[in-house]
Design a protein around this ligand. Structure first.
Ligand code: NAD
Length: 264
C-alpha cells in the first residue's frame, strides 16, 4: 500500500490514546503516505495525542470539542489556512452518559438523548459540511458505527439509537456529496477495548460473547479496522459510497450461534 495515499491530506478526529480505533486508522493512512492532521478533545488528551502524532510525522494538532460549533469551525479555518484543501476525514467520535449505558433504553433522559445525538450523530453531519467545502473530486470520509444500531445489544441503549441515525446520515450525506465525487461511508466495527467501549456496562461480556460466536471466533483489531478504512478512504474504494461496511469477524451475519460455540 506504500504510496497509495501519497500527496493526500487527512484529518483524523477521535484519537484519545493508542487503543483508539482512530489510531488504528491513522497508522494505516500514514503507512500509505498520507499527510495527517489530528484533533484532540481537550488539554488532558493533548499530551497523549501529540507523541502519537509525532510518531507518524505529524505536528499538526488542533483542539476540537464537537459540542461547540465555534470549535469545529476553527478546525476547518486552520486547515484551510494551512493546507488549502483536504482529501480525507476520519470521524471516530461518540459519547453518552455512562449511567445510561446500562439497564433499559426506556429510561433514557431527554438531556442525555440530545447530548448523545449531538456528539455521536450530528457532529458528523456538521464536520462533513465543513470538510466538503475544502474537498475536491475524490474526497472521502469515514465514520465509525456499531451493530447495536440495527439489533438490540444489552446496555448499548441510546447509543444504538444514535448510531442508527448516524448510519442514516451517512446515506443522506453520500447522496448530497456524490455529484461532486465525494464519498461518505461508515465502518461498523466489532467490539474493541477502548476508553469509549469501557463505558458500556458488561463490555467484557460483549467482548467474550463475540469471541465465541463470531464466524472467525475472535474480535477484531484496530489495525484491521484501519485496513478497511484505507480501502474506503483511498481510490481502492472509488466506487463505494453510502455503505455501512462491517469489520466484525462476521458477527452480524449470525442468527443462532453454531452448536459448538454454544457448547450444546
Ligand atoms: P475512544 O475512547 O478511543 O475514542 C472516542 C473519541 O471520541 C475520543 O477521542 C474522545 O475524545 C472523542 N470525543 C467524545 N466526545 C467528544 C466531543 N464532545 N468532542 C470531540 N471529541 C469527542 O474509543 P473508540 O472505541 O475508538 O471510539 C471511536 C468510535 O468508534 C466511536 O464512534 C465509537 O462509537 C466507535 N465504535 C467503537 C467500538 C468499540 O467497541 N470500541 C465498536 C464500534 C464502533
Amino acid at each position: 500500500v506504500t504510496g497509495l495515499l501519497a500527496g493526500k491530506r487527512a484529518l483524523v478526529m477521535g484519537v484519545a490514546n493508542d487503543h483508539s480505533i482512530a489510531w488504528g486508522i491513522a497508522k494505516k493512512l500514514a503507512e500509505a503516505g498520507a499527510e495527517l492532521a489530528f484533533t484532540y478533545q481537550g488539554d488532558a488528551l493533548a499530551k497523549r495525542v501529540r507523541p502519537l502524532a509525532e510518531s507518524l510525522g505529524s505536528d499538526f494538532l488542533l483542539p476540537c470539542d464537537v459540542e461547540n460549533e465555534a470549535s469545529v469551525a476553527a478546525v476547518f479555518a486552520r486547515l484551510k489556512e494551512h493546507w488549502g484543501s483536504l482529501d480525507i476525514v476520519v470521524h471516530a467520535i461518540a459519547y453518552s452518559d455512562k449511567s445510561e449505558l446500562k439497564g433499559s433504553y426506556s429510561r433514557t433522559s431527554r438531556a442525555n438523548f440530545s447530548r448523545t445525538m449531538l456528539i455521536s450523530c450530528y457532529s458528523f453531519t456538521e464536520i462533513a459540511r465543513y470538510a466538503s467545502a475544502l474537498m475536491n473530486e475524490g474526497g472521502s470520509m469515514v465514520t465509525l458505527t456499531y451493530g447495536g444500531s440495527v439489533r438490540v445489544m444489552p446496555n448499548y441503549n441510546v447509543m444504538g439509537v444514535a448510531k442508527a441515525a448516524l448510519e442514516a446520515s451517512v446515506r443522506y450525506l453520500a447522496s448530497d456529496y456524490g455529484p461532486r465525487g465525494i464519498r461518505v461511508n461508515a465502518i461498523s466495527a466489532g467490539p474493541v477495548r477502548t476508553l469509549a467501549g469501557a463505558g458500556i456496562a458488561d463490555a467484557r461480556l460483549m467482548f467474550n460473547y463475540q469471541k465465541r460466536h463470531a464466524p472467525l471466533r475472535r474480535t477484531v483489531t484496530i489495525d484491521e479496522v484501519g485496513g478497511a478504512a484505507l480501502y474506503l478512504l483511498s481510490d481502492l474504494g472509488s466506487g463505494v459510497t453510502g455503505e455501512i461496511h462491517y469489520v466484525d469477524s462476521g458477527y452480524n451475519i449470525i442468527s443462532m450461534p453454531q452448536p459448538d460455540a454454544l457448547k450444546l
